[in-house]
Design a protein around this ligand. Structure first.
Ligand code: SAM
Ligand code: SF4
Length: 433
């Protein structure tokens, strides 16, 4: 979400004539987009902001701003803590960034807004910003109404608001016209898109409409909440040709007691049955998830339940976190807090177990043929091309031609921890030299 928001700010400012620089020392405007989902992320952002003080002393003409969820949470208090900051802007206010910058430049003092209305302006990028890009995020909703007991998101991103389907379709058509081949729809809880407005298409309806747009090779979405995963959405994986074979479905815990305390509104069995149903419709689907260890009151048995669950499901990948106390959340009041050392121990055990599962799943892909959307040269700079499989795994392979933006057939010859190595094959599965 923050990658997308930072990108949106860049695009708006470039459209207004600003230029991007790779060096902070050349910058006239420095905006730090912040995350507050865990304390560590917030701390990192605050440390980075603190470091701007000396730069601002040397070059007082710099405009510096704090954007995003830390800005939303702490508001104008940030001006007291960091007097050299000129701008504080919550995540819903980024679409008007140039107005706030203009106010500062015109000498009308510091600017701030933590307004929670969401009025995204849809803009085009006639300045070539999308040139050479193959994939794009597209935000279809903002905020969250779920109030999981550990989570600060509903407090800093506000109530769930969906973008009209027409705007999403128009923006998609525009992205495709600019050469984008793969669109990932994003939102805190994409599968509850438009549930409040019955006159608009639901999420599966939106996917259907997007799938029928000519020229879109791939469609993805992230993140889905298990409680809102409808039969219709599961069915989409078997019906829509552009919809990729991947779902990120955060489970958070394998223990019913903890799921209940987390206010997740599903049980472990319900989660397992959802996964079984998705796999029935799309057997090759990859499933990734998020999991928190050390939630207040999590016993050794609850933790065991999480370990067993990751064995049962065999996630392709798992993002796991130590529970972090967040302001305003219900979990703050819960008894049974675990100490840092125990949380770290559980995290290490879980991550080690998952590493083995991920590696074995990647190894199992050896010998299979995967369709890869080529994104460009690989990181190693050794002539390899890189792209992603439909299941969202990174695949690298050697090729003499530049296939950027094309779907190619790749035979997987080696599965590693974080990527796959393959070779280009033709439609008869013969190696292409
Ligand atoms: N909306 C998504 C969902 O329901 O799964 C996730 C959004 S949240 C920004 C991303 C992940 O951060 C969550 O899935 C959760 O695992 C983790 N997270 C959120 N609050 C946390 C906390 N207080 N401590 C540790 N991890 C947390
Ligand atoms: Fe946070 Fe839960 Fe909303 Fe996800 S669904 S953003 S974890 S409150």
């Amino acid at each position: 979400m923050n990658v997308h928001d930072s990108d949106t700010i860049s695009q708006i400012l470039i459209n207004k004539g600003y230029k991007k620089t790779d060096s902070i020392n050349d910058a006239h405007i420095i905006l730090i987009n912040t995350c507050t989902v865990r304390q560590k992320a917030e701390q990192k952002a605050l440390t980075l902001i603190g470091r701007l003080a000396s730069l601002k002393r040397k070059r007082p003409d710099i405009i510096s701003g704090i954007i995003g969820c830390v800005a939303q949470e702490q508001g104008t208090n940030l001006f007291k803590r960091f007097p050299f900051i000129d701008l504080v802007l919550g995540p819903r206010n980024i679409y008007h960034i140039d107005d706030f910058l203009a106010q500062i430049k015109e000498g009308r003092g510091k600017a701030s807004s933590i307004d929670l209305t969401w009025e995204p302006t849809l803009f085009t990028n006639d300045n070539g910003y999308l040139k050479g890009k193959v994939t794009s995020f597209l935000k279809i909703m903002e905020g969250c109404d779920n109030f999981c007991s550990y989570c600060i998101v509903p407090f800093v991103r506000g109530r769930e608001t969906s973008l009209p389907a027409e705007d999403i379709i128009n923006k998609s058509k525009y992205l495709i016209s600019q050469g984008i081949q793969e669109i990932t729809l994003i939102g805190q809880n994409v599968n509850s898109y438009n549930t409040k407005n019955k006159t608009m298409p639901t999420f599966p309806g939106l996917l259907k409409e997007l799938d029928s747009i000519g020229g879109l090779k791939r469609l993805r979405f992230i993140t889905s909440h298990p409680k809102d995963l409808s039969d219709e959405l599961i069915g989409s994986f078997g019906e829509l040709k552009s919809l990729c074979a991947h779902i990120h479905l955060p489970v958070q815990s394998g223990s019913d007691t903890i799921l209940n305390l987390m206010n997740r509104r599903y049980t472990r069995d319900k989660y397992i049955s959802l996964v079984e149903r998705i796999k029935k419709v799309r057997p090759d689907i990859t499933i990734t998830s998020d999991l928190i260890v050390g939630f207040p009151g999590e016993t050794e048995k609850d933790f065991e339940d999480s370990l067993q669950l990751i064995d049962t499901i065999a996630f392709d990948n798992l993002f796991s976190f130590k529970y972090s106390e967040r302001p305003k959340t219900k979990a703050l009041q819960l008894p049974g807090k675990l100490d840092e050392k125990e949380k770290q121990r559980r995290l290490s055990v879980l991550q080690e177990r998952q590493r083995k599962i991920t590696l074995s799943k990647n190894t199992l892909m050896e010998g299979t043929i995967q369709e890869v959307l080529v994104e460009g040269p690989g990181k190693k700079g050794n002539g390899q091309l890189t792209g992603r499989t439909s299941g969202n795994k990174v695949a690298n392979f050697f090729a003499k031609k530049n296939f950027k933006g094309q779907l190619v057939r790749v035979k997987i010859i080696k599965g590693f921890q974080n990527s796959l190595l393959g070779e280009l094959v033709d439609k008869y599965n013969q190696k292409v030299y």
